[in-house]
Structure formats: structure tokens, C-alpha cells
Ligand binder design. Structure first.
Ligand SMILES: [Zn+2]
Ligand SMILES: [Zn+2]
Length: 151
């Protein structure tokens, strides 16, 4: 089985995991850079008590597991980051809404941001919407729709 690199369109064997031209590394680096920049810009937000409380609530909501890896790759790994589905830059009001957060691992977070980066602005809104719907649906099934806060 082969994969196509979304960045340079090189076809390579599924077994080698990453593009032989080092594209994964480049994309990761770029995603990290953007992520760092966003973090710095929103430093006040991310160091606020409200955010820290919400991040904990998000972690609890997903039982500390990375919902993305569970949903996409059917693997159970611990989460680490609360990701904003609609970014702060786009809608600050949603910044502190539990339903706008996904609890994900570092790796999944990079994957999500790489995906977002590869989309145009219009596609991004669509991607986000369908992604959210899918994951919410999945979450409802998996987690038995416990408290359903904010959904
Ligand atoms: Zn490549
Ligand atoms: Zn994120």
C-alpha cells in the first residue's frame, strides 16, 4: 500500500510512515511555529484561572484520553492539550466553551493543525464543522453521553 505526501505529492510506501523528502518534519515545524505564535499572542488567556479550570473540565469530559486518536486511529492514548475547534482568533467568545474543546495528545494536536494548515479558509470552516459533528457523534456513542455539558 502507498501513501501520497500532501505536501510534495510524492508517492511512498505505507511502511515508511513519513515522506522521504522530510515533509512531515517541515510541516510539523511550521505547525509548531504557528502554534507557538498563537500561544504567545494569547498568553493572558492561557494563563487565566478560567482557562485552567476549563482545561481540567475538558480533560474530565474525555476521561483524560485523546479523542482524536481514539476516533481516527482507534487507539487509546492519553491526552495532553485542550484544542480549540474554533480558534480564539476567529471567535474569542467560544474560547471558554467546553463544547468548543477537544482533548488531544501532542501528536494528534500536530496532526489536527497540519490538517487545518493544508486547507484554505473556506475549506477550513467546512472541515471544522464536519469534524466536530463526527467527533461529537463518536463521543456520544463512546462515552455514553454522560453529562453532555454544553452540547
Ligand atoms: Zn513530501
Ligand atoms: Zn489546537
Amino acid at each position: 500500500m502507498n501513501r501520497i505526501c500532501p505536501r510534495c505529492k510524492t508517492v511512498y510506501s505505507y511502511a515508511s510512515k513519513e515522506c522521504p523528502n522530510g515533509c512531515n518534519k517541515k510541516t510539523r515545524k511550521e505547525a509548531n511555529k504557528i502554534y507557538d505564535k498563537t500561544q504567545r499572542k494569547n498568553q493572558d488567556f492561557y494563563s487565566s484561572k478560567e482557562w485552567k479550570r476549563l482545561r481540567e473540565a475538558c480533560k474530565n469530559k474525555y476521561s483524560g484520553l485523546c479523542i482524536w486518536t481514539l476516533y481516527k486511529h482507534k487507539r487509546i492514548v492519553k491526552g495532553k492539550i485542550a484544542h480549540h475547534i474554533v480558534p480564539l482568533e476567529v471567535n474569542e467568545e467560544l474560547g471558554l466553551k467546553l463544547y468548543n474543546l477537544l482533548y488531544v495528545s501532542d501528536e494528534a494536536h500536530r496532526e489536527i493543525h497540519t490538517l487545518i494548515q493544508m486547507c484554505s479558509k473556506d475549506n477550513f470552516a467546512l472541515l471544522n464543522e464536519s469534524l466536530l459533528e463526527e467527533i461529537q457523534d463518536y463521543k456520544t456513542k463512546w462515552f455514553d453521553n454522560d453529562e453532555g455539558v454544553g452540547i
